[in-house]
Design a protein. Structure first.
Length: 256
């Protein structure tokens, strides 16, 4: 069975059994496949935004297949922030260097990237060119632990969102404790009712082991207040935006 047919069967099975919509991308190597999946999600969002009204049953995202042998060309237009480890701090450094797209990273000298970012920089150079020799492992500990929830209809009720955020944090923290992980950052991602999104993070240096405690909670609630409001063009603050989906992730200190 070819990869495309298998991916379609898996997506349909997940939808039939859980009602969830799953995006899928196919490529030679984990990183190329992950970027293809990202492209599939973006295409689905753009399609939904183009509609005058949402259909009663949301469509699956298209299946994106990265062309074998032309991975570098396929990857080139995508954001460099998709590279593993290119979070807010390293991503900002890449932007300062003018390396905002994967094509920019691929064109940069490998030894320069290695000098600036160490082994990670050298790996970024390979990945951005479609060179990825990593293998799938089911026993590898997760780098991130995330919990999410969707709201139908979207809501801007702050007490409700505070409570949901507390709940998501508690669930993520329980998983982190079970794996003996320390929290280096609490990351909050919101998707609004109009399909736009916002992200913000609260960092902990050194990483903390009370992932569900007050330190994370206060930081996450402050982050929520920050991203639930958007500035008006003429200044000040607009009304609270309705949130369609909220995600909170706790990342282990090993990444810091």
């Amino acid at each position: 069975m070819d990869a495309a047919r298998l991916a379609e069967q898996l997506r349909l099975k997940v939808r039939e059994e859980t009602g969830l919509l799953v995006s899928a991308g196919i490529g030679r190597g984990r990183f190329v496949a992950s970027v293809a999946t990202h492209a599939a999600k973006d295409q689905r969002v753009e399609h939904l935004r183009s509609l005058n009204r949402l259909p009663s049953e949301l469509p699956l995202s298209p299946l994106v297949v990265a062309p074998q042998g032309n991975e570098a060309e396929f990857l080139a237009p995508f954001a460099a922030g998709l590279l593993p480890g290119a979070g807010s701090m390293r991503g900002a450094r890449l932007a300062e260097l003018g390396l905002t797209r994967l094509g920019d990273v691929a064109a940069a000298p490998r030894h320069v990237l290695a000098g600036l970012f160490g082994e990670m920089g050298a790996r970024w150079h390979d990945l951005s060119r479609g060179i990825d020799h990593s293998t799938l492992r089911i026993d590898k500990p997760p780098l991130t632990i995330s919990r999410r929830s969707s709201f139908d209809p979207p809501t801007a009720d702050m007490p409700f969102l505070h409570g949901m955020l507390d709940y998501l944090l508690a669930r993520a923290a329980l998983e982190a404790r079970g794996r003996n992980l320390r929290a280096g950052v609490a990351r909050l991602h919101l998707r609004y009712g109009d399909f736009s999104a916002a992200d913000t993070s609260c960092w902990f240096d050194p990483p903390i082991d009370d992932a569900g405690g007050d330190a994370v909670g206060v930081g996450a609630i402050a982050a929520l207040v920050e991203v639930i409001h958007v500035p008006r063009e003429e200044g000040g603050f607009a009304a609270r935006r309705e949130v369609n989906q909220g995600v909170v992730a706790i990342i282990s200190g090993a990444q810091i």
